[in-house]
Design a protein around this ligand. Structure first.
Ligand code: FMN
Length: 250
């Protein structure tokens, strides 16, 4: 089993608290699942440029920037892993710029459910404020790509809440590790209502686009073709699509 941890922090060696907490979670996962292959990637190794808004990904199915930064490698790692930890420091009450760049570059994946059934943990670390907000945002973006978020871990270094290094935080990390491993076995139990709502919206929109384009004798955008090729056009729900593909992560 491959577990990938993406840490959207710039600082690497021993300094980033987000990285330290992620390493703790990986340690717990390692202890519980002998033989699991754990990989931690930070943005200093595979930086991601910001989206330029060209929409080529929606129309043509590829990002023209993928050759210029770490995104092509990251995409492959995401497809290959059996479970994902996404961890961001909190910057200005939200996710870090690296994290936002990454999420923007994954916009097409929210339309075609590229990560359908991928078990995830969403984690954020802040000084004092904004942890829940950042963690919820990160988690919801992952859910709209089809990920099955097993746990949300909003953590902070000071003030009230889940304090980094506290017993409560240790227990939350341990529980998250257990849930992530459970989601590897039964991802369908963690599919969110938000993911279903996103699916229904895409289904309605893509059926309309397909009908119109066919009538006009015009080709469909790549994302619509991909949606059909993945069998999503004929599913009544995302849950049905996940169960059809065996409930396992991509
Ligand atoms: C640009 C920037 C913005 C920040 N914004 C917030 C914030 O909104 N609320 C807060 O409590 N801490 C904020 N912090 C502090 C970080 O969340 C905190 O240092 C956290 O541990 C950073 O993660 P790291 O240790 O993994 O780098 C900010 C730090 C930076 C560099």
């Amino acid at each position: 089993m491959k577990i990938l941890a993406l840490v959207f922090a710039s600082r690497r060696e021993g300094k980033s608290v987000t990285l330290q907490v992620t390493e703790e979670l990986c340690g717990l996962l390692h202890a519980r699942s002998a033989g699991a292959e754990l990989e931690i990637v930070t943005m200093s190794e595979l930086p991601v440029l910001s989206c330029v808004g060209c929409k080529t990904c929606f129309r043509e199915g590829f990002c023209p920037q993928d050759g210029a930064d770490g995104m092509a490698v990251l995409r492959q790692k995401l497809r290959d892993c059996d479970a994902l930890i996404a961890a961001t420091p909190v910057y200005m009450y939200s996710v870090s710029g690296w994290c936002k760049n990454f999420l923007d570059r994954c916009a097409r994946w929210c339309h075609v459910f590229e990560l359908l059934g991928k078990p995830c943990v969403a984690l954020s670390v802040t000084g004092q404020t904004g942890a829940a907000r950042a963690c919820d945002y990160l988690s919801e973006c992952l859910e709209t790509m089809g990920c099955c978020v097993a746990a949300r871990l909003p953590m902070q270094r000071q003030g009230e809440g889940l304090l980094v290094g506290s017993e409560e935080a240790q227990a939350a990390l341990s529980e998250a590790a257990g849930k992530l491993l459970d989601a590897v076995r039964q991802p369908e139990n963690y599919l969110s209502e938000l993911a279903e709502a996103q699916f229904q919206a895409m289904l309605k929109s893509f059926r309309g686009i397909e009908t119109f384009r066919t009538l006009m004798g015009r080709r469909c955008p790549d994302e619509v073709d991909t949606f059909r090729q993945r069998g999503l056009m004929n599913c009544a729900s995302l849950r049905e699509a996940l169960l059809k593909k065996g409930g396992s992560a991509t």
